[in-house]
Design a binder for this molecule. Structure first.
Ligand code: CA
Length: 139
């Protein structure tokens, strides 16, 4: 006697959990990862360009001779928006070179898109900036 046994192998399809969606879940930070940035105009732009910024991986001791990237526009006493996209530290922007004058805290992962509105005493006054992890003599 032949007994046919039909075995149905249920294939377990295991979802990997890898999601390809959500590419634009959060808007990208305007400043490269690990950097503090500054722009001459509001909304993280300099003359209409987000790439035209001044940035520091550790510090910028004196903006006196530093132009926004790719431009001939001087950054000293001109910055109107700032962003701290640092990896782990808060940062400060200062009204004088060498981290002097009035300090302004910008917490990691945050920015100030309109200093003329939020911190009018800092607008067009910034001359240096650095992360809290950098020394007071960082160049
Ligand atoms: Ca400005």
């Amino acid at each position: 006697m032949f007994k046919a046994i039909t075995r149905v192998a249920a294939t377990a399809v295991i979802a990997t959990g890898v999601s390809m969606g959500g590419a634009a879940i959060a808007s990208a930070a305007p400043c490269p990862a690990g950097y503090m940035c500054g722009w001459g105009d509001r909304d993280y732009l300099t003359s209409g360009s987000q790439a035209a910024n001044v940035k520091a991986y550790e510090c910028q001791y004196d903006l006196a001779f530093l132009n926004y990237s790719g431009t001939t526009r001087r950054s000293q006493d001109d910055i109107t928006s700032v962003y701290n996209n640092g990896n782990s530290n808060n940062g400060y922007y200062y009204t004088a070179a060498g981290y002097g004058g009035t300090p302004m805290l910008v917490s990691r992962g945050t920015g100030k898109p309109e200093l003329n509105v939020s911190n009018s005493g800092m607008n067009d006054k910034i001359s240096s900036f650095k992360f809290t992890s950098a020394s007071n003599t960082c160049h």
